[in-house]
Design a protein around this ligand. Structure first.
Ligand code: C5P
Length: 321
């Protein structure tokens, strides 16, 4: 696929996508479900280092802390974990080296498991399992990012499944672009608040956070600000959110199969028999544009990209203004 080759080189654009993907992009732009009103300007082309520093400055990692309405009225300051996510592993200390493992089908037959587990901390997504796939994806999980569907849909068995035990959990849901928290609380995409409250009460020692929607939309603003075309007015994918989260927690971040290797496939997830190129290139999420931005910050070689689907990024401590 031409668009993936160009993505690896950092020169892809929406016009290179298959017509049906371009059409769904246009449909999402017209729909503007989250009422995005972008007021920023488009920047001239920034270097990878400049993008890193802009992300660090403009998109501050933030989780709900119960100090704002409606959460303050619900005493969420006592419901959320006592320690902020950034301080969970010690104040001011960072993981030396971290892995972000996307759920892309292309990771199958990669034999990357051992390399992934050699990192100090490993981030995984949603319902992606390790059991049965250890050779390709490893088995260490430090943090799992989950979208609100995982918490709300019965088929994920969030309360009982062992997938969500023994690690730090970070959940998110798309709020309106205006970040109207009371409105979001009344009308989330999927109700994540009830299962969150329940799990906090049942497992108070498991670190479990909800990302602040402000953080999500600040990420979107940085992607749009660094892209010449209009990107989908929908939140970035869990993948991009997780990468930036790890850039705050780690000195170095290794991302696997976000930008596809030569194993590139339409297989959506390594653990499901479902084929859709939108999983890799985007329909709802502005995936192509997120990936171009990550490509710009990559310091790993083209060889690593092609053979491992691996991107290496400096953490935010690497941005010295
Ligand atoms: O589909 P899901 O959101 O659970 O996958 C986790 C993340 O992995 C996505 O948000 C996306 O960033 C990345 N991904 C990808 N290509 C795929 C599947 C997932 O880049 N084929």
């Amino acid at each position: 696929k031409v668009v993936v080759q160009q993505l690896r080189r950092g020169i892809a654009s929406a016009g290179m996508l298959a017509p049906h993907l371009q059409k769904s992009m246009r449909d999402y732009l017209n729909l503007n479900r989250h009422h995005v009103a972008y007021r920023g300007r488009r920047r001239g082309r920034q270097s990878g280092r400049e993008v890193l520093c802009e992300l660090k400055e403009q998109a501050r990692l933030r989780t709900l802390d119960g100090t704002e309405q409606p959460f303050s009225g619900l005493a969420w300051d006592r419901l959320v974990p006592p320690r902020p996510l950034e301080q969970l592993w010690g104040q001011g200390s960072k993981f030396k080296s971290c892995a972000v493992v996307t759920s892309a089908g292309a990771i199958l037959n990669s034999s990357l498991g051992r390399e992934i587990d050699s990192h100090e901390a490993v981030l995984r997504f949603n319902a992606a399992p390790t059991e049965g796939y250890e050779n390709d994806v490893g088995n260490k999980t430090t943090i799992r990012i989950i979208n609100s569907q995982i918490l709300a849909r019965p088929r994920h068995r969030f309360t009982t499944s062992s997938l969500y035990k023994g690690m730090t959990l970070v959940a998110w849901d798309p709020a309106p672009y205006s970040v109207d928290l009371p409105r979001w609380y009344r009308n989330p995409d999927y109700d994540l608040f009830t299962p969150y409250e329940e799990r906090r009460r049942l497992h108070p020692t498991q670190p479990f956070y909800i990302l602040h929607p402000k953080f999500i939309w600040q990420l979107w603003d940085v992607i749009q600000g660094n892209t010449q075309e209009n990107i989908q007015p929908n939140p970035p994918s869990s993948g991009f959110i997780g990468i930036v989260l790890m850039m705050s927690l780690c000195e170095e971040v290794h991302v696997y199969e976000y930008i596809p290797s030569l194993r590139q496939t339409d297989l959506c997830h390594y653990h499901e028999h479902h084929y859709d190129p939108a999983c890799t290139l985007g329909a709802y999420h502005p995936l192509l544009f997120e990936k171009l931005l990550v490509q710009r910050m990559n310091s790993a070689s083209q060889h690593d990209l092609k053979t491992k689907g691996k991107v290496t990024l400096s953490g935010f401590s690497g941005c010295i203004p």
